[in-house]
Design a protein around this ligand. Structure first.
Ligand code: C2O
Ligand code: CU
Ligand code: CU
Length: 513
């Protein structure tokens, strides 16, 4: 444990060296602090939705038949989230976040990823099936000033995937500062459904993140043990890098591609008038049938495509509601503080003219692969745990790691297990801690079979790569490994609360031919 904190402190110093080119004199600091407080006051109370919604740019790509090449630059930048206040950030081809990558199933995509950072970087393609060396996990390090050129064939269905930094023990810091973006895949099915598909008009990426600020305008990232244990939470919501924006809709039926790109916050999304909305796709593709919902719990790493109907001409606010005691005992939730408050996310104003671009959702039906007759090669139990309070003290004495899976913290040199290419496995996930953990597996899209022997809710009925495990719950997954094998290079599985991942709640597996 002593080791653990020493290492963390050194990492913090490194992080500051790497990004904080902004050493300000204390006079300036006080001035900025006051400006920031004013901006906060204006932004949060007087007019929270004063900024326009920004559509992330589509990355330009060079296409040659079905070969598609993207040039990406990871760099430091500076962003004005608040008027007159410069926040040091990281971005891909920009100052904060990255462009939306867009490709088709069957494309052979390649990238040149240049890093201009002064620390190691990585770029991981979250949700994609790909060769292990192309995965962009912690083993595919991009050293300062160098580049990485992954290439792979996109073999999976249309969905909203994403990409983000995955650097050993720096994932939380780098994603928090902006190294993330959406990766949209299209195919014949998505073309044929008649869904809203005009990018930036009625088909909109919505990357939701929460952030906290220091008085000097920089992001506040992990300043206490609490931030590390609970995961980093912020009091300011960003949508596509803009503080609680207003979207002036141009159509009355919108397709919102929601991505929870936060480090740790689980949102319980709903619209302010509790109007129903229709979820059509999850992490790895379309749901077999659309699910009409009034609220949606979305954990870090998860995506949901939803259709929002504004044809009644009323404006709405997308917000996150407290979940009551669900998932966390009341006392604990009080002790932990934060993470479960009501938060406004964005305001949506309907178009003035009338256009009723209705689509017939009742007929929308997408076939998922039928795995019912697949033999199960292996069953695994994976139990996530983190030690808090008295258990942490005892853990220190016993030498138990603070963040673990099956009692072990990540060791980059240890492959935890191997799976067989083309096999199907059942993974039974448990959670011994008092917090919910979103569990993510690389190089696969799985089905959720059961939650503590209950049937699974409709919004989890599709292919997924990230799934919430509540305290005490058992979640059973059917996990296929159909496509790629590599006995040397591992893939990761981990909690997608990035501070937990960086703390060691992660493991690695290889796929044997
Ligand atoms: Cu989204 Cu291993 O990550
Ligand atoms: Cu991933
Ligand atoms: Cu976790």
């Amino acid at each position: 444990m002593a080791n653990y904190s020493a290492q963390t402190d050194r990492r913090n110093v490194l992080q500051k060296l790497a990004i904080g080119g902004t050493i300000v004199a204390s006079g300036t600091l006080a001035f900025t602090g006051r400006l920031l407080e004013e901006a906060y006051a204006t932004g949060h109370t007087r007019n929270p939705y004063s900024r326009p919604f920004v559509v992330p740019p589509l990355a330009s790509a060079t296409r040659n038949g079905n070969r598609l090449h993207f040039a990406l630059d990871i760099r430091q930048g500076s962003t004005r989230f608040y008027e007159g206040i410069d926040t040091p950030t990281l971005g891909v081809n920009g100052d904060y976040l990255g462009p939306v990558l867009r490709a088709r199933k069957g494309d052979r995509v390649s990238f040149t990823v240049n890093s201009h950072l002064r620390q190691d970087a990585t770029l991981h393609w979250h949700g994609l099936k790909l060769p292990a060396r192309m995965d962009g996990g912690p083993h595919q390090v991009i050293r300062p000033g160098t580049s990485w050129s992954p290439e792979f064939k996109l073999i999976q269905p249309a969905a909203s995937y994403w990409y983000h930094a995955h650097t050993h023990q720096l994932t939380g810091f780098q994603v928090y500062h902006g190294l993330a973006g959406m990766f949209i895949v299209d195919d014949e099915v998505s073309d044929s459904l008649g869904l809203p598909d005009e990018y930036g008009v009625d088909d909109l990426p919505v990357v939701i993140q929460d952030r906290a600020f220091n008085r000097d305008g920089s992001f506040r990232y992990v300043s206490s043990m609490h931030d590390r244990m609970r995961g980093m939470l912020g009091d300011t919501i960003l949508v596509n890098g803009v503080v609680t924006p207003t979207l002036s809709a141009k159509r009355s039926l919108l397709r919102l591609r929601l991505l929870n790109g936060s480090n740790a916050r689980i949102y319980n999304l709903e619209f302010s008038d509790q109007r129903p909305f229709t979820m059509i796709a999850g992490d790895g593709g379309f749901l077999p049938r659309p699910a009409v919902l009034e609220s949606l719990r979305l954990a870090p790493g998860e995506r949901a495509e939803v259709l929002l109907d504004l044809s009644d001409g009323k404006e709405v606010v997308l917000r996150s509601q407290p979940t009551g005691s669900a998932g966390m005992p009341g006392m604990m939730s009080m002790m932990m503080g934060g993470g479960n408050e009501r938060l406004g996310i964005m305001r949506i104003v309907p178009p003035s003219g009338k256009d009723h671009n209705k689509i017939d959702l009742a007929r929308m039906h997408v076939d998922l692969p039928d795995w019912s007759d697949k033999p199960i090669m292996q069953r695994r139990k994976l139990t996530l745990d983190m030690l808090m309070g008295p258990r942490m003290m005892m853990g220190r004495v016993a030498g138990t790691p603070p963040f673990s899976i099956n009692g072990q913290a990540l060791d980059m040199d240890v492959i935890n297990f191997s799976v067989r290419k083309s096999s199907f496995e059942i993974w039974e996930l448990g959670n011994n801690s008092v917090l919910a953990h979103p569990f993510h597996i690389h190089n696969t899209q799985f089905r959720v079979l059961a939650r503590s022997d209950r049937p699974i809710p409709p919004h989890e009925s599709g292919l997924k790569d990230t799934v919430i495990i509540d305290p005490g719950e058992r979640v059973r997954l059917l996990v296929p490994f159909p496509d790629y094998a590599d006995e040397q290079n591992p893939y990761m599985y981990h909690c997608h609360i990035l501070e937990h991942e960086d703390g060691g709640m992660m493991g690695q597996f290889t796929v044997k031919a």
